[in-house]
Design a protein around this ligand. Structure first.
Ligand code: SAH
Length: 350
């Protein structure tokens, strides 16, 4: 039994079952025992890998996309270049290297990271030394905002509900002996799911991410007021339906209720919820299409010239993994948030 499991079992025995969102929040972000608080989970030795860790091309193209958006918006003289949930800081390091030659971009930029994990903040400081760190987006400066979030929203805690003839039954985490188990609350009407009555039937499961609307509305408010854009990249679909909670440990799926704090927990992102919460315009595109439009193939060919043997094979397979429709290219989507007076960032439209 993990120390977090013991702590949660004791708390639940005293106070009763907790929501899935409360469970996920502690598993991922508990300051002492949380998954992200206690480790660097990325790469071949970790539990999973992400696009910026697969190839430098990902961060480079994101950086160039944001720089072109900045130019298209008149190159504002002081702006925030921000990332939420930067992991190892690889994406931003690649983005900054790729945009060195964009006249005035670095002079006008100040780099801001939003990260709760102290362990990962140290790692990020190694990759990008001159950043400013924030616990949440509320303290970002009042300035044009060019922001990226890759695999951040899937780590936000979700609540789950099963539809029933009398309303919704919430999925709650309870305890049996030392074991954490999933149970269902008594059915009740849930106001925040009123818009799901027409498209669901008894027995259907829906998910709701409580933190998402506030985060998206704050980011989009800043973009609408001061200018800028956000690129939110993740796996998921338009309109959530079904149970998408997943635990990953050592690159394999695991039971989300065993090993609390030692497995990564994620859920698919509901891009419709992002579009609904945004006060800006939004545009959704599959990751592969987005990267192809930004020129990943010609960048891949340039990089391939310096490679041979296994390094070349790894590079070719990284390109395929990021861009091919049956791999991350189709599974992952990019939603761009941009001012209602402007045009979408490059890559989101033909
Ligand atoms: N973007 C990186 C890492 C993705 S993993 C990559 O693509 O490799 C999720 C990241 O979000 C981690 O850095 C994690 O510590 C951070 N994170 C998770 N929940 C957070 C929260 N509520 N606030 C800020 N950062 C959070």
């Amino acid at each position: 039994m993990t120390p977090l499991q013991a702590l949660l079992a004791q708390r639940i025995a005293l106070n009763g079952p907790i929501t899935l969102a409360d469970y996920m929040a502690d598993c991922l972000m508990h300051p002492k025992f949380g998954y992200y608080a206690t480790r660097d989970p990325f790469g071949a030795d970790g539990d999973f890998t992400t696009a910026p860790e697969i190839s430098q091309m990902f961060g480079e193209l994101i950086g160039l996309c944001l720089a072109q958006t900045w130019i298209d918006q008149g190159a504002p003289s002081a702006f925030t270049l921000a990332e939420i949930g930067p992991g190892r800081g690889t994406l931003m390091a690649d983005a900054l290297r790729a945009t060195k030659g964009v006249a005035g971009f670095h002079d006008a930029a100040s780099v801001h990271f939003i990260e709760t994990s102290a362990t990962l903040r140290k790692r990020q400081a190694g990759a990008v030394p001159n950043a400013t760190w924030h616990d949440d987006i509320s303290t970002l400066p009042a300035a044009p905002l060019y922001l990226v979030a890759n695999e951040f929203f899937d780590a936000l805690p979700i609540r789950q509900f099963t539809r029933n003839d009398a309303g919704w039954r919430e999925h709650m985490v309870g305890v049996l002996g030392d074991t954490l188990i999933l149970g269902l609350s008594a059915p009740a009407p849930i106001a925040l799911l009123d818009d799901r009555i027409s498209d669901t039937k008894t027995g259907d499961i829906v998910e709701h991410c409580p933190a998402l609307p506030g985060i998206v509305s704050t980011i989009s408010d800043m973009i609408e007021t001061y200018g800028g854009a956000a690129l939110i990249i993740d796996y998921g679909d338009w309109h959530s339906l079904g149970d998408t909670l997943q635990a990953l440990q050592n690159h394999s799926t695991a039971n989300p209720f065993a090993n609390a704090g030692n497995a990564d927990l994620t859920a698919h992102v509901d891009f419709e919820a992002i579009a609904k919460a945004a006060k800006t315009h939004t545009k959704l595109t599959p990751q592969g299409v987005f990267l192809e439009r930004l020129g990943i193939t010609s960048r891949a060919q340039t990089l391939a010239k310096g490679l041979t043997d296994t390094a070349l094979e790894a590079h070719i397979s990284a390109h395929r993994r990021l861009a091919h429709p049956i791999e991350m290219g189709g599974l992952f989507k990019v939603i761009g948030l941009y001012p209602s007076t402007g045009k979408p960032p490059p890559g989101l439209e033909p």
